[in-house]
Design a protein around this ligand. Structure first.
Ligand SMILES: [Zn+2]
Length: 455
């Protein structure tokens, strides 16, 4: 990709070049996509001239042209500064910045940091789409090509043309690839529309609060993730449940992200808000008590968390679970909780949903996108579900568990999120009931998730 990289150019002209795709064009395009899959696999971008000034434009697979406003160096600086800010650690540096594409061949910069972390930068609007300060950057080997799909994750394409989910290793069928391609294009389009409508200021610097000075976090052997704690100024209580669940239990064994998110939310409610969401036999079967060391006063009071078994989603909802819509996840939560607990839903779609409201109310929320089937060609709606457990008012990012291994502390931009999606949270309406989900290995004492010592 190095030869195609426009990062070294001086971009003087700033303008949006945007041609919305009409529905009839879409139908024609989809026919062409099916007939000529080889032709559309190559990104067609070029350097154009405008009134004597250099400008870089990209044309995606939908024939839409976008002007690149910000350079590789802008992207790298912005990502580094924001990662340092969220980690409260100035010891990080830029390792490498490269061009990466979504499945519709819109350009992004992948900024890799040292010793860990990466960000994805949208150069058409100057937005950090996704920041993973505590995650190793994705790698592909010589036999595959790496793509980024906003709000979904990374996708690999093998030399033979097959696609797979980078995180789960699952192969993606053509309908899924088509849907994710459409999602990629629609996301890019909406970031540009929203940026224009809201006079979005490209992210190049952060205005910090006085009490948020950068310091190098002192290392403590008791803090497993001490150097990689992603700070945000708003988060729910016991947020370490999500942060420490970095190997992701339950594991996403296929396209069950909505049910992984539902499981994480149920586990949080059961362990910390009030036990009883799981019956005694259900918790015995599907939640492992965390037996470990307690660290009083630490960011993480325990070195681990009670884990939900990988078998739970199918045990609770059957073998047929898979690609789904947010109302299906809502029904799944209702069916599992039943009459065991009293609860209410926070449930809003599209622009009516505010992802930060549940956080302010103290509850984790499932953010789930979906794509309406305009073409009639997709049997389902394919997107991704994540669990929001905090947000930053300084960088305007959501802190989410992305539902994949090593993606437990991911910062997501809100720009472009609500073109078609929803937010779902379960509010506990029951009195707190203790249950022993934590056990110290030293003294064999049992604790509730609320911190109460139970004998
Ligand atoms: Zn308790």
């Amino acid at each position: 990709m190095g030869n195609d990289d426009p990062g070294g150019l001086t971009i003087q002209t700033i303008q949006f070049v945007h041609r919305p795709l009409q529905k009839r064009h879409y139908t024609i395009l989809m026919k062409n996509l099916l007939l000529l899959p080889v032709l559309v696999c190559t990104p067609t971008y070029y350097i154009g001239q405008n009134a004597g000034q250099p400008e870089t434009k990209y044309r995606n697979d939908y024939g839409e042209e976008y002007a690149i406003q910000l350079t590789k160096d802008d992207a790298a600086k912005a990502v580094l500064q924001e990662a340092r800010y969220h980690l409260r650690n100035d010891a990080f540096s830029i390792n490498k910045t490269s061009l990466i594409f979504d499945l519709a061949h819109n350009p992004y910069y992948l900024v890799e940091l040292s010793p860990i972390g990466f960000g994805i930068y949208n150069p058409a609007v100057g937005d950090i789409t996704q920041l993973c300060p505590a995650t190793n950057s994705p790698k592909c080997n010589g036999y595959t090509e790496l793509f980024f799909v906003p709000t979904y994750g990374f996708v690999l394409r093998s030399k033979s043309g097959g696609y797979s989910n980078f995180h789960t290793g699952c192969l993606l069928n053509q309908k899924t690839v088509d849907s994710l391609t459409d999602k990629s294009a629609s996301y890019y389009r909406s970031t540009i529309d929203e940026a224009r409508e809201t006079n979005f200021v490209p992210r190049t610097s952060i205005k910090m609060n006085a009490d948020e000075e950068l310091t190098t976090v002192p290392h403590s052997s008791q803090r497993v993730f001490s150097d990689y704690y992603v700070n945000v100024d708003h988060h729910i209580d016991y947020d370490w449940y999500f942060r420490l669940n970095s190997d992701c239990h339950p594991t996403n064994t296929g396209v069950i992200c909505g049910y992984v998110a539902a499981s994480l939310v149920l586990g949080y409610l059961e362990i910390f808000k009030s036990s009883g969401y799981f019956s005694s036999s259900e918790s015995n079967s599907y939640i492992s008590i965390h037996e470990g060391t307690r660290y009083p006063g630490s960011i993480y009071p325990w070195h681990g968390i009670p884990e939900i078994s990988d078998s739970f989603p199918t045990a609770a909802w059957g073998n047929g679970i898979g690609t789904t819509m947010i109302w299906d996840v809502k029904d799944a939560l209702s069916s599992f909780i039943g009459t065991k607990k009293t609860y209410s839903f926070y449930y809003y779609l599209n622009v009516f949903a505010s992802p930060t409201d549940p956080i302010d109310d103290g509850f984790p929320a499932i953010y789930m996108g979906n794509m309406p089937d305009y073409s009639g060609q997709f049997s389902g709606n394919i997107d991704h579900a994540v669990v929001i457990y905090g947000y930053s008012s300084v960088t305007d990012k959501l802190l989410v568990h992305f539902g994949y291994e090593d993606y437990s502390q991911v910062l997501m931009s809100k720009l472009g999120l609500f073109n078609c999606a929803g937010v779902l949270a379960v509010y506990n309406q029951s009195a707190h009931v203790h249950k022993a989900y934590f056990k110290t290995t030293v003294s064999n004492q049992y604790y509730c998730g609320c911190g109460a010592l139970l004998s």
